[in-house]
Design a protein around this ligand. Sequence first.
Ligand code: SF4
Length: 274
Amino acid sequence: MERHVLGLSGGRDSAALAVLMRQKLPDLKLDYFFTDTGKELPEVYEFLGRLEGFLGTPILRLNPDRDFDFWLREYNSFLPSPRTRWCTRQLKLRPFERWIRPELDAGTTIYSYVAIRADESHREGLTATHPNLRVVMPLRERGIDKRGVIELLEAAGLGLPDYYRWRSRSGCTFCFFQQKIEWVNLMREHPDAFEEAKRYEKTALEHGSPFTWSDRESLEQLGQPERIAQIETEHARRVERLRARQRPNALRPDGSGGEEMLDDEGGGCLVCHK
Ligand code: SF4
């Protein structure tokens, strides 16, 4: 017995992978899934809906048995961070394992399709954690890079998720991998989510957590008008540098490409953001 599964993050690369698989192997029975942390951006759900329309099949939602608030209490109100990523483990990986584990143990070979691009050779894919689990990376195998991913989505009529206007990654509203400018953007696009993140942070700091969501400052500090102005100036300078270098993929010929301006290189979470 064998089964084929493809995890969608609500991001660009995994969506492009789904498009590619549908186009190249239309007869392959592929189960699409999305592990929902319960703290996702509304734009993620909207994009998944668009993708379901293209694929003509529902995307299975895998919900964790315990939510973010439960795990936060378990971890003594310490916020997750790039080095202590309990959120990914508990809210993304566990539900996936719970879903496929019985079949793996029963001897089914499960092929998991993972969206690692060809221009990400420095990044490792998900490691197979079970002898019957096989990890497949079709984007990398076919030499598809970031530009190729965008082309696939545009040609399919899907375009990019709307949050790329102001943020470079999918994932939780309060994801600590986001850049300072993205926190500022979150404050404007989803003020309720920003306020919620602030509340989590306040509780965490009161419980002695060494972590703030954003490096070396609280959201209270980051949200002050002078600090926002400083962050915006720094971001504008960075955009100028990118323009000057004319880095491949930095801008489209028509000057658009806000998602590239934010640049999602470096860091990030393979499970959450692809
Ligand atoms: S998106 Fe960010 S905060 Fe959410 S589970 Fe992934 S790493 Fe954690």
